[in-house]
Write a protein that binds this ligand. Structure first.
Ligand code: AMP
Length: 398
C-alpha cells in the first residue's frame, strides 16, 4: 500500500511516496516555482539518478498532476498504475482550536480549515489549494489533514492565554498555538523509544532548531508549553525571524523609522534573527564558520541562540517540575555539535552533561549525554512526512 504525503507551500509542492508495508520512501521530490513561472520538478528515487523536468505549473493542480504523472511514468516512476496510491496525507500549518488531531478530509473539514485560515494567512491558503487540487486529481482515494498546531492543543489555559484583554481571545482567537507540532510529536515519541522508557511517564524538552525554531515542554506525552505562539516569531532567534522582542520596542521602532505594519512584519520575519545579528547569513553553517574566524557579530548570534535555547530548557524544567531528557532535532539540532554543546553547558545543575565524543554526530539518532547523567540528551532526526503517512494510514483503517 502506497501513501502520498504532500506539503503545499505558496510556490512549491513537496511530496514523498511511502511503501507503507516496508515503511520506506520509494520516491520524493518537489515542484518549485508553482504559480510564479519557470516551474520545474526535481524527483528522487533511491538508487537512481535525480530527475529534473521543466514543466509550467500555473496552479497547484497542474503541479499535483505533474507529480502523479512522474510517479507513474514508465521511465522515472515507481508505480505501474496510479491506483496503487491508496491515500494522500496533507500537511496543514494551522488547525486553530478546531483540530486537535489529524482528520479525514470531507467538505466540513475543508470548511473548518478555511475558517481558521486568517490565523495563518501565508500558509493555510496554499495548503487548502493543495487539498482541493489533490482531491480533484485523485478523487477516489481518502485524503487526510495533519496539522502543525494539533500536538500543542493539550497546553493548559494558563500557558496558552496571552495577558491581553480577554475578549480578544473570544473575538479573534488570540492565544498561543505553537507550531512544528508534527516534529515535536515525532521526536518525543522516538526519544522515549531510544531511551526505552514509557512515553507517558517522561518529562522532555524537545528543541526543534532549524531555519524556524521552537522549543516544547512535553510532560507525560503531552505538549504543555511551546516557544512559538500566535505567530511564528516568538521564542528563540531563528534564521531570519527575531524570536522574542519587547512589544513596546516594536511600537517604538515603527514610530522612529516610520514603518507600517507590513514593513515591520517583514523586518521581524525576514531581516532579523541570525541574519540580522550576524549581518552575514541566516544559515548557521556560515555563522559558525565566521565565529570560528573571530567575527564578533557571528559569535554574538551563536551565543544568543544557545543562551535562548538554554533559558527555555530551564523554564520548561521548572514548568514541568523536572526533566528527564533534552531532545535535539531539525537542521541545527541534528547537525551542529557546537550548538548542542553550548546549549547544554550550564545545565549541569539540572543533571545534564554532553559527552564530547558521542556529541560528534550528524543527522543520526544517538544518546549524547555522559553515561549515568541524570538528564539524557538525545539527537533525533525529525521525520514529519513519516508522521503524515502514519496518521493517514491510521485514519483510513485499511
Ligand atoms: P531546517 O530548517 O531544519 O532545514 O534547518 C536549516 C538550518 O540548519 C540552517 O540554519 C543550516 O545552517 C542548519 N544546518 C544544516 N546543517 C548544518 C551543520 N552541519 N552545521 C550547522 N548547522 C547546520
Amino acid at each position: 500500500m502506497d501513501i502520498l504525503a504532500l506539503n503545499c507551500g505558496s510556490s512549491s509542492v513537496k511530496y514523498q511516496l511511502f511503501d507503507w508495508k516496508r515503511r520506506e520512501v520509494i520516491a520524493k521530490g518537489m515542484v518549485e516555482r508553482v504559480t510564479v513561472g519557470d516551474s520545474f520538478i526535481v524527483h528522487e528515487v533511491p538508487g537512481r539518478e535525480t530527475y529534473r523536468e521543466e514543466y509550467e505549473c500555473p496552479s497547484h493542480e497542474t503541479a499535483i498532476h505533474l507529480i502523479i504523472k512522474i510517479l507513474a511514468d514508465a521511465e522515472h516512476g515507481v508505480v505501474k498504475e496510479i491506483d496503487e496510491i491508496s491515500a494522500v496525507g496533507h500537511r496543514v500549518v494551522h488547525g486553530g482550536e478546531k483540530f486537535t488531531r489529524s482528520v479525514m478530509i470531507d467538505e466540513d473539514v475543508l470548511a473548518g480549515i478555511k475558517e481558521v485560515q486568517h490565523l495563518a494567512p501565508l500558509h493555510n491558503p496554499p495548503n487548502i489549494a493543495g487539498i482541493e487540487a489533490a482531491r480533484s486529481v485523485l478523487p477516489d482515494v481518502p485524503h487526510v489533514a495533519i496539522f502543525d498546531t494539533a500536538f500543542h492543543q493539550t497546553m493548559p489555559e494558563h500557558a496558552y492565554t496571552y495577558p491581553l484583554p480577554h475578549e480578544w481571545y473570544t473575538k479573534y482567537g488570540v492565544r498561543r498555538y505553537g507550531f512544528h507540532g508534527t516534529s515535536h510529536a515525532y521526536v518525543s515519541h522516538r526519544a522515549a523509544e531510544i531511551l526505552q522508557k514509557p512515553f507517558n511517564e517522561l518529562k522532555l524538552v524537545t528543541c526543534h532548531l532549524g531555519n524556524g525554531s521552537s522549543i516544547t515542554a512535553v510532560d507525560c506525552g503531552k505538549s504543555v508549553d511551546t516557544s512559538l505562539g500566535f505567530g511564528t516569531v516568538p521564542g528563540v532567534l531563528m534564521g531570519t525571524r527575531s524570536g522574542e522582542v519587547d512589544p513596546t520596542l516594536v511600537l517604538y521602532l515603527m514610530d522612529k523609522e516610520n514603518l507600517d505594519t507590513k514593513l515591520m512584519s517583514h523586518i521581524l520575519h525576514k531581516e532579523s534573527g541570525i541574519l540580522g545579528i550576524s549581518g552575514i547569513s541566516s544559515d548557521l553553517r556560515d555563522v559558525e564558520e565566521a565565529a570560528e574566524q573571530g567575527n564578533q557579530r557571528a559569535k554574538l548570534a551563536l551565543d544568543m541562540l544557545c543562551y535562548g535555547v538554554r533559558k527555555h530548557i530551564g523554564a520548561y524544567a521548572a514548568a514541568m517540575g523536572g526533566i528527564d531528557a533534552i531532545v535535539f532535532t531539525a537542521g541545527i539540532g541534528e547537525n551542529s555539535s557546537t550548538v548542542r554543546k553550548m546549549v547544554v553547558e550550564g545545565l549541569e545543575f539540572l543533571g545534564a552533561d554532553v559527552d564530547p565524543e558521542k556529541n560528534n554526530v550528524r543527522g543520526k539518532e544517538r544518546i549524547i549525554s555522559t553515561d549515568g547523567a541524570k538528564v539524557s540528551v538525545v539527537v533525533v532526526p525529525t521525520n514529519e512526512e513519516l508522521v503524515i503517512a502514519r496518521d493517514t494510514k491510521e485514519l483510513i483503517k485499511v
